[in-house]
Ligand binder design. Structure first.
Ligand SMILES: [Zn+2]
Length: 347
């Protein structure tokens, strides 16, 4: 597709594990960022493990869809929690899971609500203008403020899983506990910068703790707004010294022929198939890039349709742009001997 990575790093790298554990430990030692809670969670007795939200399916309490997941119903789009499912069952054993007590660490997001609201609504942070809130997309600000209006709750940042980043606490205190993926994933931006800096003789802190010289911008989809505008900024502020996002230009969803893209349902376009289907077209990459830009879901969901793709290509690119370039070239040869004439304004 004519795309290359400036830098590629993974959250499975040891440097990331260290960075994420350091982050947890610093907040843990501050003493008032986390609270420990014992909660009841679904457990599969045959497989001897607590079940992540996606490992529990059941009937959606809102629409009756029998295959809703523990965190979401794909039929009606509702956000769910596992305890809301009717007739829950484990995707591992197929059996009904039991509830068992387990201890988790909760990040006290509620404690950060005050400054988060001021920062998002006015762009003011620690009494200084941090960014211009008019440059943020309205739907991003609107979504954040509606979360804040609903009241932020402490959020579990650990899980019982046999993979992931182990909690850097004693075995006795935290056996089998790992960091929740949305706690460690954004820290991956920091560890990636660290690794890049190591390999290129740079100072990573200049990019994350450089004060007003640094502009941290997250390009994401709207389903990740809460993590990049609320949770991660609160983590960064709690740690101290880090810059906060300057802007989070989140896009809305791009659908395909009127429905959500879905890998599991095979609804969408696979990149390798596109390249194969259009292999005889020399500018196939740019044609698709243009169609995606033309349809970018900046402020509302948009739709990719094959007949529009053909129109964008034939009318916009070939007819309009192609004709314009062709005329300019032909007339430049006809009237100016093929040399771009000097501008003799004023226009
Ligand atoms: Zn549903």
């Amino acid at each position: 597709m004519g795309i290359s990575f400036d830098y590629y790093h993974r959250t499975s790298e040891p440097l990331h594990h260290e960075t994420a554990q350091d982050f947890f430990l610093k907040l843990y030692k501050k003493g008032d960022e986390f609270e420990e809670r014992t909660v009841e969670q679904y457990y599969d007795e045959d497989f001897h493990q607590f079940l992540a939200d996606r490992y529990i399916v059941g009937t959606c309490p809102r629409c009756g869809h029998p295959e809703a997941y523990g965190d979401q119903c794909e039929k009606c789009g509702s956000d769910l929690s596992p305890s809301e499912l009717i007739n829950p069952r484990s995707t591992l054993s197929g059996k009904t899971p039991i509830l068992r007590p387990t201890k988790h660490w909760y990040f006290k997001l509620d404690k950060h609500a005050g400054w988060l609201r001021e920062w998002i609504a006015t762009g003011v942070l620690d009494g200084k203008q941090h960014h211009d809130p008019r440059q943020w997309r309205k739907h991003v600000v609107g979504q954040c403020l509606s979360w804040l209006d609903g009241g932020l709750q402490p959020r579990a940042i650990t899980r019982d899983l046999d993979w992931g980043i182990a909690l850097p606490l004693s075995e006795q205190e935290a056996a089998g506990k790992v960091l929740y993926v949305w706690f460690d994933a954004p820290i991956g931006y920091i560890s990636s910068t660290k690794q890049w800096a190591l390999e290129n003789g740079k100072d990573w802190e200049a990019y994350w703790k450089g004060g007003d010289d640094v502009k941290l911008i997250h390009f994401i989809g709207k389903d990740n707004i809460v993590f990049h505008c609320i949770v991660f900024p609160a983590m960064l502020k709690a740690y101290g010294d880090f810059v906060l996002p300057y802007n989070v230009p989140a896009n809305q969803f791009l659908n395909f022929e009127g429905q959500k893209f879905s890998k599991s349902r095979g609804w969408g376009i696979e990149q390798h198939e596109y390249l194969e289907d259009f292999k005889d077209f020399p500018n196939k990459e740019d044609a698709l890039r243009y169609a995606l830009l033309r349809n970018l879901p900046e402020n509302r969901d948009s739709d990719f349709k094959w007949d529009e793709f053909v129109d964008f290509h034939d009318k916009d690119l070939a007819d309009n742009l192609g004709n314009f370039v062709n005329r300019v070239a032909v007339l430049t040869h006809k009237y100016y001997d093929g040399v771009v004439p000097a501008v003799d304004g004023p226009w």
